[in-house]
Design a protein around this ligand. Sequence first.
Ligand SMILES: Nc1ncnc2c1ncn2[C@@H]1O[C@H](COP(=O)(O)OP(=O)(O)OP(=O)(O)O)[C@@H](O)[C@H]1O
Ligand SMILES: [Mg+2]
Length: 293
Amino acid sequence: MSTAIPDPADGRTVTEQEIADIVAPDREIAVSVGEPLVVLDELTVTFGGLTALDHVSFEIRRGEILGLIGPNGAGKTTCFNAMTGVYKPSHGTVTMEGASLVGKKKHAITRAGVARTFQNIRLFGDMTALENVVVGLDARHRTSVPGAIFRTPRHVREERESIERGMALLEFVGIAGEATSPSRSLSYGSQRRLEIARALATEPKLLCLDEPAAGFNPAEKEELMTLIRQIRDDGYTVLLIEHDMKLVMGVTDRIVVLEFGRKIAEGAPKQIQEDPAVIAAYLGVEDDDDGVA
Ligand SMILES: Nc1ncnc2c1ncn2[C@@H]1O[C@H](COP(=O)(O)OP(=O)(O)OP(=O)(O)O)[C@@H](O)[C@H]1O
Ligand SMILES: [Mg+2]
């Protein structure tokens, strides 16, 4: 990552500290680390006769990186989908800071402070990297449609702020040099980073990452771990779905394990690594190279 980027507004350079201040203006959200931010209680999702998520309860604590792991089909993505308004749970609750997220529309959940990336990358391919991030920022804007058409001072100011913040986010995830490239021309790794920048643009309290390292080589995984730690250090709470055990064990504070839609374990990475039920369900099938068996 370079240390300074030109500010698109006036041509001067912006320091890393300024970038951090723009990316995470609400640092006080990190003050009460450890309190529950999001609570899932008995969350259940069914598809016809299949129970994809079966009375799953756990909490996501403010300021932590919580891993959500389990074999293929265990219900991890379904859990994200139930939390973000894609699927309606048939039973149970999801609350953030005491307010229910169940039954809210997707954009309302985004506004409430939950952002996610997707297992299969979803970007606007024809738009530039910067434009993809600005779309995320627009979720926060107040300008009316007439304001945008007539380019009122407020609209112009918001547009300028969007570009600055969008550039800061691209710098933060390490792809500022590709800001003006169409997102479909970016490398796979850069597209994954762009998805994270776009999610951060909505100023989430909770960032949910669905297999962000899928398809990465070991060096890219190492860089991603550093980025996820930086995101947490900037005051965000992170829920991470990831199959790579080295990455999960290296970056998370706690881990929840699902198998066949049920929670089978929860605890610190070391505890999880030694849990016989987890080893039997999941870790035991990995080879020794992952350093977990
Ligand atoms: N929209 C859907 N309709 C029907 N069944 C679904 C749907 N979405 C998920 N499922 C089923 O629910 C179960 C859980 O799927 P989910 O995608 O949540 O697993 P996962 O833990 O994310 O797995 P992976 O590691 O492969 O991504 C699977 O049996 C899957 O086939
Ligand atoms: Mg999945």
